[in-house]
Design a binder for this molecule. Sequence first.
Ligand code: AMP
Length: 580
Amino acid sequence: MLEAEKRFDPEEVIAEFEALTKDAKRVQVETLKKILEENSEAEYLKKWGLDGKTDPESYCSCVPLVTHKDLEPLIQQIADGSPHPILTVKPITTITLSSGTTQGKRKFVPFNDELTENTMQIYRTSYAFRNREFPIGNGKALSFIYGSKQFKTKGGLLAGTATTNVYRSEQFKKTMKDMQTPCCSPDEVIFGPDFQQSLYCHLLCGLIFRNEIQVISSTFAHSIVHSFRSFELVWEELCSDIKTGTLSARITDPTIRTAMAKMLKPDPELADKIHEKCSSLTNWYGLIEELFPNVKYIYGIMTGSMEPYLKKLRHYAGGIPLLSADYGSSEGWIGANVNPTRPPEMATFAVLPNIGYFEFIPLREIGSPESALVRVEPRPVGLTDVEVGEEYEVVVTSFAGLYRYRLGDVVKVVGFHNSTPELQFVCRRNLMPTINIDKNTEKDLQLSVEAAAKLLTAEKLEVVDFTSQVDLSSEPGHYVIFWEVSGDASDEILQDCCNCLDSTFVDAGYVSSRKVQAIGPLELKVLKKGSFQKILDHYVGLGSTLNQFKTPRCVGPVNQTVLNILCNNVVKSYISGAFG
Ligand code: AMP
């Protein structure tokens, strides 16, 4: 068959990647040249007077570093249907909506076919390396993926999440087929109007094809954990559907019902087997392994804000390896995980030098203390000039009209693959608002929660999810940490957790401010069960999808709806006594 003949060869993909990364500096120069030449007539580039120059030095001296806020009015003009070549010469026909979970507001970002092609290149590259270590045969994937509602902007451009734009593309289906992991669920489930119904049917399809499932995946690991938490609640209903061959009445969408009717046949034997397996598990340990006997690995982004879900994922996985996926954003992809055997916490991303032009702002405070006071931001360095061990903020120039765009992510260079750096994701930059001279990041919060959550394990409990807020309503301001716990913990333990949270923030600014009470005692607020589900529902209601959902780790005053959900669901609160 024609299609089979055109299947890509993983070894060729690796050879191409090796060639690109051996000469990363030259590839970067060429990539920048290509982007600038293609868009030399774009109004934005003309404004900065490049006058046809495409070399990195001229580019960096003429074009300023920007954030999304700087570009927002221009992207809005594009969305409103301006006929001018504002950021790119080729018209932008699609707008991507970032999850907005970090800032509480969804961002519009330009999208085009090059970004889809970059996505496929990243997918193929990491798959090729993965397949060397964890080969799979012909089969299917249980992929918890969801298309978001798409809508038309004022100017008639299609708008949706980046993943939706990708899932709808023909290239995506072809690539998944080539990778021997077509999704086991029909399109009607992926693009269904209600994610709860889609989730239920993804699980049902997975069970129907249980012997063929080779990979369990989602964009972010949170979605896999969320799916199996849901499984715990609906498994008997799923078994009954399989036994009788009739779909549960909870699925009301007619298109999903029709699609599922084609797959669902009465199979009492399968239903009994699943029932038996689920009943024999202790606290659902090893659920994935039991349900899917031929699964080779679990795949999704497990780094950064996903790390807190790894413990639960390992619990469900039993002996199945967890493989962390690649690094990218709505704005574009950055790197592929070409070392799949590393544990997820240690995953690194080798930057693909031909998918964009990359710069890195050093974050180490350099120079004398006096110069630090002036707060001159260090100049960004090029892709091949980064240093191992250093942390940087990523700056992207993409094929979709972003020029020297600060992504807001902090990465650490941990090595090189040939001449391209291997990055570790550290956190989003400047995540927790400052009360005094404290400088805590999302990562600091995560470490502190991890340490405190250990105290719960004695009671066989866990933190389901967490977030935080800086409360400035009383003097001095203090941190509030919200926890949803899997069961009832004693006041004594929770008080210890609260003290532990406060005392494990290691940032010197925080510790010294706490000692002199320039920052008040940390408060731990315990939430009702299901509070984070409400937050997720809120984001999905805004048009976000489960795919890209990332629990906001610090909720600011602009995010009033989420703050209200949190405040209305507090059941207990504790004040730290850690600093006397
Ligand atoms: P979005 O804005 O919804 O497109 O999400 C993109 C953001 O998700 C990135 O800017 C990162 O902060 C985060 N992200 C993406 N890939 C990874 C990864 N592999 N590890 C950690 N965080 C990631």
